[in-house]
Design a protein around this ligand. Sequence first.
Ligand SMILES: Nc1ncnc2c1ncn2[C@@H]1O[C@H](COP(=O)(O)OP(=O)(O)OP(=O)(O)O)[C@@H](O)[C@H]1O
Ligand SMILES: [Mg+2]
Length: 168
Amino acid sequence: MLRIHLPDAAATEALGSRLAARLADACRQAPLVVHLEGPLGAGKTTLVRGLLRGLGHTGRVRSPTFTLLEPYELPRCEVAHLDLYRLADPAELDYLGLPDMLHPGALVLVEWAGKGGDRLPGADIRVALEYEGEGRCARCEAGSSRGEPVLAALEPAPAAPVPPKNHP
Ligand SMILES: Nc1ncnc2c1ncn2[C@@H]1O[C@H](COP(=O)(O)OP(=O)(O)OP(=O)(O)O)[C@@H](O)[C@H]1O
Ligand SMILES: [Mg+2]
C-alpha cells in the first residue's frame, strides 16, 4: 500500500496524470477497473481529471454525479467515469450499460464504488482519498496482479548509484 500526501488540488491532479500512461498500458488486454473511495469532496473527480488530462483529453471533465456515467473515447483507451453516489440499486448498472463497457482497451473509473455491490467488478486498483490537514492523503493499493505494475509508477525513483571514489 502506498500512502501519498496531496497538499492541494494540483497535487491530486498530478497523481492522476502520473498513473495515466501505465493505466492505458494495463487495460490493453482486458478492462481495468479502478475504485475511488473517500468522503464527499475528498478529490475523487479531481484525480480522474488529472488522469484524463494525462491521457490527452483536453475538453471538460464533468462530475457524473447526476448522469452516473461520463464516457471518453481517447486515442489510447476508452474511459468510463462512473459516480455511483446516487445509484439506488446495483441492478441499475446494467441499464447504464456497464457489461458493454468491460472490453479490452477500457478503463473503468468508479467513484463511490461501494454502492455498486456485487454487480461491479472487483478493483484492479483501489485509491482511497481522505482529508488530511488543508489537503488530502491518498492510499493506493493493487487489487489484482494487473494493478501492481501501474502503482510502480508511483514508487520513488531508485537513488542514483554512488560513483566509486577514485583513489590516487
Ligand atoms: N489535495 C487536495 N487538497 C485540497 N483540496 C483538494 C485536493 N484535491 C482536491 N481538492 C478540492 O476538493 C474539492 C472537491 O473535489 P472533488 O470534486 O474532486 O471531490 P470528490 O471526491 O469527487 O467529491 P464527490 O464525492 O462529491 O464526488 C475541489 O474543490 C477540489 O479542487
Ligand atoms: Mg466526484
